[in-house]
Design a protein around this ligand. Sequence first.
Ligand SMILES: Nc1ncnc2c1ncn2[C@@H]1O[C@H](COP(=O)(O)OP(=O)(O)OP(=O)(O)O)[C@@H](O)[C@H]1O
Length: 264
Amino acid sequence: MNQTSLNPTEPAIVVDRLSVHYGDVTALDSVSVTVNRGQICGLIGVNGSGKSTLFKCLMGLVNAQQGSLALFGRSSTAARKGRLVAYVPQSEDVDWNFPVSVGDVVLMGRYAHMGPLRHPSRADRAAVDHALERVGLTGLRNRPIGELSGGQKKRTFVARGIAQEAQLLLLDEPFAGVDKVSEATIVELLHDLKGEGRTVLVSTHDLAGLPQLCDSAILLHQRILAEGTPAKVLTHENLARAFGPGSPPVPAATPSATPIAPGA
Ligand SMILES: Nc1ncnc2c1ncn2[C@@H]1O[C@H](COP(=O)(O)OP(=O)(O)OP(=O)(O)O)[C@@H](O)[C@H]1O
């Protein structure tokens, strides 16, 4: 399955009335969202608002009690098997003591391309080389993943998604605990990936950077509080509903917050 076999009219993500409960805790309550293809969409909300749960549902790692979802019109299992979707998990969800090198992690992105013996072909090795180069980690290929900085670890997982040639990248807080160089590298990469027609859903607490990074945004608090352009979503009222008293300020660079003078 590749991009050319996809129906171009199908959105990258359609979530329909999805509810997830962990025992007594409601993580997602009848969540419906659509993310169109070729967009960078920002997922925002307080800690515990359900962002990671939504990512895990999209990856088929958590089963919803109610509702449905589709990735490019397919089930999450079919999308994963078709290597359409790549996931960059939160750092807390990764066992960094697992004895693998940076190159090994990126090569994992090629597994679905390989035969049952997982013997890498020349094309697989070239894809890994290319992905490492794009994230600026060629020199660290043989380094154990656990020895990298937070930002380098994130870049390694982004490289895995690039090597996989995934059409949809799900990034759970890629900017958390990363240095400025890694942050700038990841932002540039996401724009490049979008330029190639790929779709990105990225959770972030960096509201100030969101208008520059994202085409659209989703504000989550178990339910969808707002969805649309960053300017539409990042209003004082919406942020107060999501974050409560002491909510973060509306980003100054939100396009609608800076009206263009007539004739400008
Ligand atoms: N495996 C689990 N078992 C029980 N409760 C869970 C589990 N995973 C998440 N939760 C609860 O579900 C709710 C949503 O958690 P989730 O991790 O999806 O939120 P989040 O928005 O990603 O938070 P953060 O920004 O802190 O990562 C929280 O109340 C959390 O405590």
